[in-house]
Design a protein around this ligand. Sequence first.
Ligand SMILES: [Zn+2]
Length: 329
Amino acid sequence: MTRFVENSIVFPYKRSLGPVIGAFMTGLTEQRILGIRSGDQVIVPPLEWDPQTGAELDPDGMVEVGPAGTVESWTWVPAPSEQHPLGHPFAFAFIRLDGASTPLLHAVDTGAPDALRVGARVAPRWRGSRVGHIGDIIAFVPGEQPEVDGPDSGPAEAPVTMMDYNASITYRNPVPPVLDRLREASRDQRIIGQRCPVCERVYSGGRGYCPIDAVELGEEQDVDLPHTGTITNFTIVTPVQYPGQTETEPFARVFVLLDGTDVILPYQPVVELPVGEVRVGKRVAAAWAPPNDDIDDAGAMGGAYGHLIGWIPSGEPDVEDPDLVNRIF
Ligand SMILES: [Zn+2]
């Protein structure tokens, strides 16, 4: 049974909303949905320019629509992902709000698909606490009357001019069995690798295959590796405070060539080694967490493994070898 780890990458950014979208978002905090006049049309959500002619639209021509509307078309989402607006099955629908000429795309919460049809009347279910975001409407629900979910904290105190947005992706990676063995061995303060039965090269980590001979490296190929090595490459990371970044100060990731082998452990953390003292040729030794510490899977796909928490200066003199920097993998 293959084990998976889940990873998420999040890129946060801010955007300024401008006079039209800003007014729309501010309206949402007031439980009002605004459109904009364009000739005899009312465009919802409002745009700054007429999509037909490209003509600039007058922000003074914004008008309130809805709050109820009619479903023009819909599709059922039976298994929502974490990126969807609701955590249970729902519909995405084009809803023509009363007074609007164009449909608004939003979620409709009916519980089951057979409770929804084209022509159904729906109204917004507002969030009690609104920030000026399309998600201030949790979903549309059947009927003519808007609802508020929970205590109503009222409109925004100032016009909404900016929006925070996190673009994110979540993916699942299979964990090769060799990495689970590596992590397990780290409980006993062992670093294991695998010796290829064909070429006799030794690997540690990776996907559990010899890339030269394309043979799988199983438990019977496991060998113990030394606990000392030499830094061959490094990078100093100055952390940007993106969501989930727990580091606040510059920190090092080093590549360690294990003594007497060709094995390089890449992107290893260091312990008691200040950033300014990290250099190629520095001698280091494995640093271990206490055996009873509960260690998570942070190292499963990179960095140190399990109870191997990083590399600490061994106190030996540096290795002077100009070829060291050529040893990356
Ligand atoms: Zn091989």
